[in-house]
Design a protein around this ligand. Structure first.
Ligand code: ATP
Length: 358
């Protein structure tokens, strides 16, 4: 059993090497009971390997993993009480939905009435009742994924593990399913660890997001904290869509200087960053449309992307490309200069060398 102060899952100095190549240097992570944790990062950053080590599908090279107070490092997958949902669903094609969902319980010798009860319960939660007697090939992608989730649910596991479960679905269904999964997880209160490369999926589903790069955890935080207070330029760039704009600027006289233009800073920001010859300024596209501390800024507009609710202005200043998100009827024409109001209260600064947030 876990005590309230003990994490439900903990990675303690976990490393992983494939032959001579260390893909995960010592990694520590503590997850609380009932949390929905999303591991996110670019391809090859080690998120799947981390999840598979938790599931027991991949051995660890050193370190230990604990689930609900038990050291599971040396345990086989079946002993860890984790239920995993895979990207490709991994359903048995010759079995009906009912048999697929109940299969693991049947193998474990669960009484028939209990299997029927739990399958019924999962089917109810997932809206699968009308399809219980169908074979997977006669289901849509979204329904198949629901069956895969149902199979994980019926086990009442200690932990749900999801490995990119929505990547084979079309965009609309993905949005629907991510809401469903999140609601279901909250309703059941089961701790969940979810892997995706999609930052929007991570932000919308997670209680806390773990941003990884090159096997290293760059930041662990609630979605809004990652967005507002990224630890470094990598996280700032990875979280948010369209991505943050970055400019090399200097800071002096209470302002940032970009392309000869003075962008007045809030006094506390200037105090924090100080005068610098070279520093990276980060501005999100959505913070170029006025706000608390507007500073006018002119750049060359290349093209417009009207999206309905707002318009994206794609342009450049010197060699640097930028994107500004403005009102739908904002007065701008391509191939002309465009003046926006940057909200400098939302400005981010990063050290040029270390790329850490200042
Ligand atoms: P993706 O989103 O592309 O699945 P990921 O973040 O999940 O990426 P992993 O699959 O965990 O990344 O891989 C992390 C690193 O480990 C990569 O550099 C990968 O090439 C390497 N790797 C993974 N599995 C093996 C293996 N069996 N043998 C050798 N190297 C491996």
């Amino acid at each position: 059993m876990t005590s309230p102060t003990q994490p439900h899952i903990s990675f303690e100095k976990i490393t992983k090497s494939f032959g001579p190549v260390e893909v995960i240097p010592p990694l520590d992570l503590a997850i609380q009971k009932g949390e929905f944790i999303v591991l996110v990062g670019p391809s090859g950053c080690g998120k799947t390997t981390t999840l598979r080590m938790l599931a027991g599908l991949e051995s660890v090279s050193s370190g230990s993993i604990r689930i609900a107070g038990r050291d599971v490092t040396a345990m086989r997958p079946g002993e860890r009480d984790c239920a995993m949902v895979f990207q490709n669903y991994a359903l048995y094609p010759h079995m009906s939905v009912r048999e697929n969902i109940g299969y693991a319980m049947k193998v474990h010798g669960t009484p028939r009435e209990e299997i029927a009860r739990r399958v019924g319960e999962a089917a109810g939660l997932l809206g699968l009742e009308p399809y219980l007697d169908r074979k997977p090939k006669n289901l849509s992608g979204g329904q198949r994924q629901r069956v895969a989730i149902g199979r994980a649910l019926v086990r009442h596991p200690e932990v749900f593990l999801f490995d990119e479960p929505l990547s084979n679905l079309d965009a609309k269904l993905r949005v629907e399913m991510r809401t469903e999964i999140k609601l279901l997880q909250k309703r059941l209160g089961t701790t969940a660890v979810y892997v995706t490369h999609d930052q929007v999926e991570a932000m919308t589903m997670a209680d806390r997001v773990v941003v990884m790069r090159g096997g290293v955890i760059e930041q662990v935080d609630a979605p809004i904290a990652l967005y507002e207070r990224p630890a470094n330029r990598f996280v700032a760039n990875f979280i948010g869509s369209p991505a943050m704009n970055f400019f090399e600027v200097s800071t002096r006289e209470g302002a940032a200087w970009l392309d000869g233009q003075r962008l007045e800073l809030p006094p506390e920001t200037f105090q924090r960053v100080g005068p610098r010859e070279r520093v990276t300024l980060g501005i999100r596209p959505e913070h170029m449309n006025g706000g608390e501390r507007p500073a006018p800024f002119t750049f060359a507009c290349d093209t417009l992307e009207p999206l309905g609710a707002h318009t994206l202005v794609l342009g450049h200043v010197g060699q640097e490309k930028l994107v500004a998100q403005v009102e739908p009827h904002f007065d701008v024409t391509p191939q002309n200069s465009c003046t926006v109001q940057i909200d400098m209260s939302k400005a981010h600064f990063f050290d040029i060398e270390s790329e850490h947030s200042l």
